[in-house]
Ligand binder design. Structure first.
Ligand code: DX5
Ligand code: ZN
Length: 226
């Protein structure tokens, strides 16, 4: 039995961009927990994906929370438009914020749940001062910018260390992990202490249906929790 407290958040980055609404509906039907929406600006990361208008267009396709991962420079310029578009979580990168504390509170004031992401090269301590204010911390297990990259093994120890900090705090902060999550890595990530797993290419691929892919991943996640 999968542990119901561990959430699965498919990233639509790997879905067919010409039918993203259907992809969101399909994932919703497969029983996932959040829809992970990767926003890339061609500056913080090399690629450009889409913006707030896409979040607004996808909003009617699901009742699930939209977990919006902002891989953009100076995210403070865009918080209000993503909040207005219907995002439920706005996750900004610590590396992209000159005034992280201010941005965190800007998101809270917009009435949206707030998360902070850290890249593989950024230490756990980068979020320490804002951790009590967060709903979610996102540990990147690949360098952001592209789907279907290989999970960086050292991320497991980092997830462990982040888990300890959250436990010491005694607050209900979700620990999300993003990048290279598949059948081989899911269980160890859960064991390390993650509570939300993002999966792009392991959910949206040519090999199987979204329903089948979600079933496989859930089984692996369940094995980790017993
Ligand atoms: C990476 C994105 C991820 C990506 C994950 O820059 O933030 O959300 O879609 O893709 P997979 O699961 O294929 O590594
Ligand atoms: Zn992401």
């Amino acid at each position: 039995m999968a542990n119901p407290t561990i959430k699965l958040a498919p990233s639509i980055l790997s879905a067919d961009f010409s039918r993203l609404g259907e992809a969101v509906a399909e994932a919703t039907k497969a029983g996932v927990d959040y829809i992970h929406v990767d926003i890339m600006d061609g500056q913080f990361v090399p690629n450009i994906t889409f913006g707030a208008a896409m979040v607004k267009a996808l909003r009617p396709w699901t009742t699930l929370p939209l977990d919006v991962h902002l891989m953009v420079a100076e995210p403070e310029r865009h918080i209000q438009s993503f909040a207005d578009a219907g995002a439920n979580f706005l996750v900004v990168h610590a590396e992209a914020c000159r005034h992280l504390h201010r941005v965190v509170h800007q998101i809270k004031e917009a009435g949206v749940k707030v998360g902070v992401a850290i890249n593989p090269g950024t230490p756990v301590s980068a979020v320490e001062e804002v951790l009590p204010d967060l709903d979610m911390v996102l540990v990147m297990s690949v360098n952001p910018g592209f789907p279907a990259q290989v999970f960086i093994p050292g991320s497991l120890d980092k997830i462990h260390r982040m888990r300890r900090r959250i436990d010491v705090l005694g607050k209900d902060v979700e620990l999300e992990v993003d990048g290279g999550i598949n059948e081989s890595t899911a269980a160890s990530v859960v064991k390390a202490g993650a509570t939300v797993l993002v999966a792009g290419s392991a959910v949206f691929n040519q090999r199987e249906s979204v329903q089948q892919a979600v079933g496989r991943l859930r089984r692996r996640m369940g094995e980790a929790t017993g």
